[in-house]
Design a protein around this ligand. Structure first.
Ligand code: CP
Length: 330
């Protein structure tokens, strides 16, 4: 992908290393605006259609705040019940209509490939905020951005790193998208830790192996963390299971707390999680006793999400070179 302006962002498969570097370099330039040190009105008059047909805290609000911070306004649709999709309207018709009301659309939907189908009817760029168990490209970009920053601080890099992905790797769309982005780097060791029934899909493993990386698959947490530079935890995606009882079979199987971390990980292992973490007692995959640990990067991930989403709006709307021109008083 070399041309962002006017393009949909639907899958990490559209991206190459050059486009990732472009996004990261624009994201770095967004920091003073996100920190309120500077202000720009570069998207004054523009409208974001923020369509979330599945629950979300970070992705929905950070898309909205990112657009606001660039001077634009946000029109929200939250939940299927508040949309005429619930009356049988097609994604195509919905897209044709809503894309005349807005300049760019961010969308989350429970069905795989639904955002792609929606984009076919849209006259404006559509950004995938998560389509069922399939992909979450903006999360993968903010995860990769975070991994790069965290490792660089300690003099490490992405090439040659070890990453352990833990939890529901079958339904966890963030690990699908992140794995594919990491395929673009060199000599990565992937340790994929999940219950056998929730293993990483074969097509993602094939992509990783075909890109020349090493994959270890296990259903045991302890004994497989000692080399990890990045420990990426995920929750059991209960909304993808036929029943709570079925999801409960897997809750609490893998838990990280300070004692397990100290015993089994390197002192510089970075702890990541896309959030939300399931803090209910029967799950608790990432314990609060790690909240003050300096290697816990989960809230830095969320902070970086704002920068990445600001960058994607600036690039898809073609205003990335005009941020400074439209600066105004803070
Ligand atoms: N990481 C993530 O997608 O969080 P939300 O579901 O809260 O948006």
């Amino acid at each position: 992908m070399t041309q962002f302006q006017g393009s949909h962002i639907l899958s990490v498969n559209q991206l190459d290393l050059d486009s990732i570097h472009t996004i990261f370099s624009v994201a770095e330039r967004m920091a003073p605006y996100a920190l309120r040190e500077k202000r720009t009105r570069v998207l004054d008059g523009a409208i974001l259609g923020n369509l979330f047909f599945e629950p979300s805290t970070r992705t929905r609000v950070s898309f909205g705040c990112a657009f606001n911070l660039l001077g634009g306004r946000v029109a929200e649709t939250v939940g299927m019940a508040s949309s005429s999709l619930s009356k049988g309207e097609s994604l195509y018709d919905t897209a044709r209509v809503l894309s005349t009301y807005s300049d760019v659309i961010a969308m989350r939907h429970p069905d795989a490939y639904s955002v792609r189908e929606f984009a076919e009817g849209s006259r404006v760029p559509v950004i995938n905020g998560g389509d069922g168990p399939n992909e979450h490209p903006t999360q993968a970009l903010l995860d990769l951005f975070t991994i790069q920053k965290e490792l660089n601080q300690g003099g490490r890099g992405i090439d040659g790193m070890h990453i352990a992905m833990v939890g529901d790797l079958k339904f966890g769309r963030t690990v699908h998208s992140l794995s594919r982005l990491l395929c673009m780097y060199k000599n990565i060791n992937f340790t994929l830790i999940s219950p056998t029934e929730l293993a990483m899909p074969d097509y993602v493993i094939a992509d990783i192996e075909n890109a020349g990386h090493k994959v270890t698959i296990t259903d045991q947490l302890e004994g497989h963390l000692d080399k990890a530079d990045i420990l990426y935890l995920t929750r059991i995606q209960e909304e993808r299971f036929p029943s709570q009882e079925e999801a409960n079979k897997y809750r609490g199987k893998f838990r990280l707390n300070r004692s397990i971390y100290t015993q089994h990980c390197k002192s510089n292992t970075v702890i990541m999680h896309p959030l939300p973490r399931d803090s209910r007692a029967q799950a608790n995959e990432l314990d609060n006793d790690l909240n003050s640990h300096p290697n816990l990067a989960i809230f830095r991930q969320a902070d970086n999400g704002l920068l990445i989403r600001m960058a994607l709006f600036a690039l898809t709307l073609g205003v990335d070179s005009q941020l400074e021109k439209y600066e105004c008083a803070v």
